[in-house]
Design a protein around this ligand. Structure first.
Ligand code: NCD
Ligand code: ZN
Length: 354
């Protein structure tokens, strides 16, 4: 990474970033949602919790390929992957097929009922042991939505309890399984990854670095699963993103039309993708870490974790403020969504993209 000044303006040149957790939604949405990713990221991993989740490897692969076709219209280097949605009925043969496909890079565990479209998610973890055993044997990673769904557990404790019970057990039974704890949001989540060997990683979404629960109260655009947690959890997530070799970027951008977000029972998920790189840059700026740690987190550790080549091309950011729009079109009809931190000003923007 290189920072230089020209005509009193500061520029930053970094390896192209990658995003290992994003929601592009239904196939009809790809033409608007994928370009938001492709103009900022080299590799991306799309999640398959569509209205009808993609639970078959070939369907998953087709979706990944369609995303690549959309993305390459604006970024010829763009490469999209997906994480196969695991259900109670996933077999180890499904894993064998998934391993052989170009766009399926991992599988994703949604505990039943934990989040959006998780009603096909896994109800009995023990029954998945043969599938996990096959994944461990094949070196095929599992992405975890790390929340328990016991109604007796407060929303704010769902990740901690998952880590202390489910994650600890999976890691104990399958010590070589490559695991990614998605959207790390608590000190327990961060600590677990930091304490385990490097076959375990964690993604961090920008909202968990930029906000804590005090910033979320009364802000529907900041509601997401897991919940944005306490100030000390935020501090731990920031430390984790900055310092842990196993931490990397995954925006968890989750587009919802305003009608689904601004109502009682509104949906969880933050639309972070339109300003993803500037949001992360802002988070690292506030953490006094716009340096090699920023580049490692954004561009190097994720591809390395997934065994992908670290991109060679570079992106230039500029120390020029950018104001987040209040509304973004997310489908070709009339659906608009309000981005995370709408109306706020970020200190770094992208200078040269594609
Ligand atoms: C995501 C979504 O809307 O698809 N929502 C969220 O709050 N993060 C699903 C998910 O990643 O949990
Ligand atoms: Zn997600």
């Amino acid at each position: 990474m290189r920072i230089y000044e020209k005509d009193s303006v500061v520029f930053l040149v970094m390896i192209w970033p990658s995003n290992f957790h994003v929601h592009w939604r239904q196939i009809i949405h790809l033409m608007l949602t994928v370009p938001l990713t492709a103009k900022q990221f080299h590799y991306a991993m799309g999640m398959l919790n569509l209205k009808v989740p993609l639970i078959h490897p070939l369907d998953a692969n087709d979706y990944g390929r369609l995303a690549m076709i959309e993305g390459r219209k604006i970024n010829p280097n763009f490469m999209s992957y997906v994480a196969l949605y695991l259900t109670d009925n996933t077999t180890f043969e499904d894993i064998d097929i998934a391993v052989s496909l170009d766009h399926v890079l991992a599988a994703k565990l949604y505990p039943f009922g934990a989040t959006t479209n998780s009603d096909r998610g896994v109800t009995n973890l023990k029954k998945m042991w043969p599938v996990f055993a096959r994944m461990e044997e094949k070196g095929f990673p599992i992405c975890l939505h790390g929340e328990v769904t016991d109604p007796k557990i407060a929303l704010y404790d769902r990740e901690r309890v998952f880590v202390d019970t489910v994650l600890v057990e999976i890691h104990k039974v399958f010590p070589r399984l490559r695991i990614i704890l998605e959207h790390v949001s608590t000190k327990e989540g961060a600590q677990f990854v930091m304490d385990t060997p490097n076959n375990v990683g964690g993604t961090v979404a920008p909202q968990y670095m930029l906000c804590n629960c005090n910033d979320v109260y009364l802000w529907p655009t900041r509601n997401c699963f897991p919940m944005i947690n306490s100030p000390s959890d935020q501090e731990a997530v920031i430390y984790f993103a900055k310092n842990c070799e196993q931490a990397f970027a995954g925006t968890d951008s989750a587009p919802w039309g305003d009608d689904r977000k601004f109502c009682d029972g509104g949906k969880g998920g933050c639309l972070t993708e339109p300003y993803a790189v500037p949001l992360y840059a802002e988070a690292f700026y506030r953490a006094d870490a716009v340096d090699d740690r920023f580049e490692q987190f954004m561009s190097v550790r994720g591809p390395k974790f997934y065994g992908l080549e670290v991109p060679e091309d570079t992106m230039t950011l500029v120390r020029k403020s950018i104001e987040i729009k209040h509304s973004i079109q997310i489908d070709s009809g009339n659906m608009y969504a309000t981005p995370f931190m709408a109306g706020e000003v970020l200190r770094w923007s992208i200078d040269s993209s594609i």
